[in-house]
Design a binder for this molecule. Structure first.
Ligand SMILES: *[C@@H]1O[C@H](CO)[C@@H](O)[C@H](O)[C@H]1NC(C)=O
Ligand SMILES: *[C@@H]1O[C@H](CO)[C@@H](O)[C@H](O)[C@H]1NC(C)=O
Ligand SMILES: *[C@@H]1O[C@H](CO)[C@@H](O)[C@H](O)[C@H]1NC(C)=O
Ligand SMILES: *[C@@H]1O[C@H](CO)[C@@H](O)[C@H](O)[C@H]1NC(C)=O
Length: 316
């Protein structure tokens, strides 16, 4: 009887704090809102991570650019998803082993990672840009930086973080920048380097959030991150998206992950705590629809025009 009433009390308390997190946690200061986010600047409509892609995404109304950065041998922070030049430039070698002035142009066309059947043909702009150029060109735009700094870089890792932070501070865009990486170690380093810049949840921390939610503990636990960015697992099973044939066992786990992660109550609770919630990388109408139905605050896409079209049709 005592056990049962204690359990009942726990469930009720947990439920109340889940709905009204303001009782236990001060709501985070939400410095900007981005509903429309362009993955690598919109990798399906322009060569990924180029200035041309960023300008196009902004022209069609994106509210945030998602970009990746690496550091060259001579210490320049550049915007590129891969450190290897193989896929993007068709060359041997890595960015970390190359001086900035010797970086090759990208190939004229690239396959879109999240839509395997789509090849993006680039225009004139095939240059790997500096992070500084992006900050100069878009001073008021929110930017999500995926830190891909490699331990093997000649530039000491701590020093590389310092370079990225220095740029963010120089351009006074702490409030417009989000940074982090799937790895907890890297994200923790970002947070330690400059706590005034918002950080992403690492993969480990996302799993922890999901575990805490289903055990009823989530409402009681403080969270230092401000951006909950997760993959919608279901997209992995869409046809023509990935050049992978999953086994039925893998499909089972993908569906299970989808059910566990895609729960409206998680997104609503986090939003109420001032944490923005984004799903990636969604390129289809059905997936945009599904994401907004769960109440996420933003959607990340390779096709900024498609998302704009969807959002315009919705609001009309
Ligand atoms: C790029 O990688 C592929 C597959 O690993 C390899 O076959 C190819 O030789 C590489 N190309 C260059 C230029 O290194
Ligand atoms: C995190 O950074 C490491 C380099 O330190 C990179 O290899 C890895 O791909 C990054 N992970 C994600 C999810 O971006
Ligand atoms: C997946 O399966 C289809 C049909 O069985 C086959 O044509 C295709 O080559 C396979 N793809 C991969 C990446 O193995
Ligand atoms: C979310 O999870 C809760 C707790 O397990 C469950 O009661 C609810 O039905 C789930 N909601 C959806 C939409 O799956």
């Amino acid at each position: 009887m005592i056990v049962l009433s204690a359990l009942g009390g726990y469930i009720i308390t947990s439920y109340v704090f889940l709905k009204y997190p303001g009782i236990l946690h001060k709501k985070k200061d939400v410095k900007f809102k981005a509903v429309h986010i362009s993955h690598r600047g919109g990798a399906g409509e322009n060569l990924e991570n180029t200035m041309a892609a960023f300008q196009h995404a902004v022209n069609v109304g994106t509210q945030m650019l998602e970009i990746d950065c690496h550091i060259t041998r001579d210490g320049h922070v550049v915007v590129s998803h891969d450190n290897s030049l193989n896929r993007t430039a068709g060359m041997e070698g890595c960015i970390t082993d190359t001086d900035y002035q010797d970086l090759p142009p990208m190939l004229g066309s690239l396959r879109t990672d999240f839509e395997f059947t789509h090849v993006t043909v680039g225009g004139e702009d095939r240059r790997i840009p500096l992070l500084r150029e992006v900050f100069e060109k878009f001073p008021d735009l929110a930017i999500n930086i995926d830190i891909k700094i490699n331990n093997d870089a000649l530039i000491h890792e701590a020093c590389a973080f310092h370079f990225v932070n220095k740029l963010i501070v120089e351009f006074k865009r702490e409030h417009l920048t989000v940074w982090g990486n799937g790895s907890k170690e890297i994200t923790d380093k970002c947070h330690k380097m400059n706590p005034s810049i918002g950080v992403l949840f690492s993969v480990k921390r996302v799993l922890l959030v999901v575990f805490l939610f289903y055990s009823g503990l989530l409402p009681f636990v403080p969270l230092h991150e401000s951006f909950y960015e997760v993959l919608m697992p279901g997209v992995l099973l869409r046809e023509n998206k990935f050049h992978v044939n999953f086994t039925s066992r893998q499909k089972f786990f993908i569906r299970l992950a989808d059910t566990l992660l895609m729960n409206r109550s998680i997104f609503q609770h986090l939003s109420a705590r001032g944490i923005q919630t984004y799903l990636w990388v969604l390129n289809d109408r059905e997936d945009f629809e599904r994401a907004f139905r769960y109440g996420v605050t933003g959607v990340m896409t390779d096709f900024p025009s498609r998302l704009t079209e969807y959002m315009d049709a919705k609001s009309a």
